[in-house]
Design a protein around this ligand. Structure first.
Ligand SMILES: Nc1ncnc2c1ncn2[C@@H]1O[C@H](COP(=O)(O)OP(=O)(O)O)[C@@H](O)[C@H]1O
Ligand SMILES: [Mg+2]
Length: 339
């Protein structure tokens, strides 16, 4: 197949995306496909591929200052001009804003080229954790109790009142439309709340505050609409933040997760349900917390999960006997069959 692989971009997760893109490119070429690598941040004038891929993921998360906020207009030229006319499928390996949120998907709809993963609406819904939680609530998908605050109405005292009334501390403060734990703080008491909200506001006009769920962390990968083996995530120190996500050796991954069979099947069913409630397609990953009382809580659905060396979907696929190359190829083939 003639495939265009889109990676990089201008979101805070640019480096993660490049790391995913580099691996996927190698895998698809190894399978004999032709791959044109496109960085949407570069517009029609694409960089040399070796140059684009010569970087390493820094172990610290990007600060707001480190984010390229201009350049989204280049995406138009990249999709319209740099993606070759004879492209049969586009592999979108972008994470976060402009890439995972339905916007690049919409541009590809204009081009009429099939692309991997979820469509425009499902991508946009899943990118917004507040909207996601409202839909989960309606559909009976368990999710931590929450409230939110908007930059347009930043009444911190009213927020404190809602938190105390609904769930108390510890609480988790996060921008609803970022990934990779960017801008997220676990707050142990009210005095730390305001700072955490300010940090999250650097990344988003809305801030989600959630009840902290103690216990274990489980994630369910989805391929072709089917749940893959569950992974338990055990950071050696602290929680699953940017550092623990992308620095090899800092987190233990247990695949398949040591949970009893019946619970595992139930969790996989909840994951598939959560995925379909948002209308997601192709592949993805659904994140959960699991407390000591045996309750599970869905945190979010990732419509373009990481495909880096430390990423979870490739680990889950491998536990199901699917190699990295097979996984990438199946994601592309699925995009041809379901759109
Ligand atoms: N309500 C919560 N209770 C406990 N831990 C949480 C909660 N929300 C987030 N976390 C921790 O923060 C990590 C990132 O949160 P998540 O909502 O999945 O956002 P993202 O992965 O998009 O940054 C989770 O993997 C988990 O370790
Ligand atoms: Mg997550």
């Amino acid at each position: 197949l003639k495939i265009a692989l889109i990676c990089g971009g201008i979101s805070p997760e640019r480096e993660v995306s490049l790391a995913s893109g580099k691996k996927i490119t190698q895998a698809l070429r190894q399978r004999g496909h032709t791959v044109a690598v496109i960085d949407p941040a570069a517009g029609h004038d694409q960089p040399d591929e070796d140059e684009l891929f010569s970087f390493s993921i820094k172990s610290e998360p990007p600060s707001k200052n480190g984010i390229r906020s201009e350049g989204s207009r280049k995406y138009l030229d990249a999709v319209n001009i740099a993606v070759p006319d004879d492209t049969e499928a586009v592999f979108i390996a972008l994470h976060g804003t402009w890439g995972e949120d339905g916007r690049i998907q919409a541009l590809l709809e204009f081009r009429g080229i099939p692309y991997t993963g979820s469509g425009v609406l499902a991508s946009a819904l899943a990118m917004d954790k507040i909207v996601t939680k409202k839909l989960f609530h309606d559909a009976g998908v368990p999710t931590p109790v929450w409230t939110s605050i908007a930059v347009a109405d930043p009444d911190i005292n009213a927020l404190k009142g809602r938190i105390n009334e609904k769930f108390g501390y510890p609480a988790v403060v996060k921008p609803p439309d970022q990934g990779s734990t960017v801008g997220l703080t676990i707050v142990s008491n009210e005095s730390d709340l305001e700072h955490a909200v300010d940090v999250a506001f650097r990344f988003s006009g809305n801030v989600l505050v959630e009840s902290y769920i103690p216990g274990r962390e489980l994630t369910v990968s989805i391929l072709e609409g089917r749940a893959l083996p569950i992974i338990e995530i055990r950071p050696k120190q602290g929680f699953y933040d940017y550092h623990n996500k992308y620095t090899p050796g800092r987190t233990d991954y247990l695949v398949p997760a040591p949970v009893d069979e019946e619970f595992g099947k139930r969790l996989q069913a909840i994951a598939v349900h959560a995925f379909s409630v948002l209308g997601c397609k192709g592949f993805g990953r659904v994140d959960f917390r699991y407390n000591d009382a045996g309750q599970v809580f869905c945190l979010e659905v990732n419509t373009i999960p990481g495909m880096t060396d430390t990423s979870l979907v490739p680990k889950a696929a491998l536990a199901d006997g699917i190699s990295y190359e097979d996984l990438c190829e199946r994601i592309v083939l699925d995009s041809l069959s379901c759109k």
